[in-house]
Design a protein around this ligand. Structure first.
Ligand code: HEC
Length: 107
């Protein structure tokens, strides 16, 4: 009986603990990958004037745009070179991270 009870308690704990990495959006890996974009697109993707804002963008659209950059042969463009460093899975983590950030506000 005691054993069954512990199992229930453990599985109840496992759900909230597992959630952040399962969703990707809040994981450290997603934030680490997305931080590669902050230098140009602003912290959390909220760029100052002159640069495209990427915060709050739809993840699917972002992944497709990055895949387009990755296929491009216009090497003089920075995104053509930058996008080559990421797998599809990493692009999804990055896309979901930026989607979860409101377009403005914060700080
Ligand atoms: C060295 C600077 C630099 C870095 C680092 C950088 N970008 Fe960019 N990015 C640009 C510039 C400049 C443009 C606009 C010119 C272009 O589209 O090629 C751009 C355009 C984009 C666009 C298209 C936006 C639009 O509205 O058309 C997306 C999406 C994007 N970047 C995503 C990212 C992501 C995601 C990262 C990180 C993985 C990243 N960028 C890192 C400089 C950078």
């Amino acid at each position: 009986m005691k054993f069954t009870h512990s199992l229930i308690v453990l599985s109840a704990l496992a759900v909230p603990l597992a959630w952040p990495t399962a969703s990707g959006a809040q994981s450290t890996e997603a934030r680490d990958l997305a931080s590669n974009c902050f230098q140009c697109h602003g912290t959390d993707g909220r760029a100052e004037k002159g640069m495209p804002k990427i915060a709050g963008k739809d993840a699917k659209g972002m992944v497709e745009k990055m895949q387009e950059f990755r296929r491009s042969t216009e090497f003089k463009k920075v995104m053509t070179r930058h996008a080559r460093g990421y797998t599809d899975a990493q692009l999804w983590l990055i896309g979901e991270y930026f989607e979860s950030i409101p377009e403005s506000g914060g700080d």
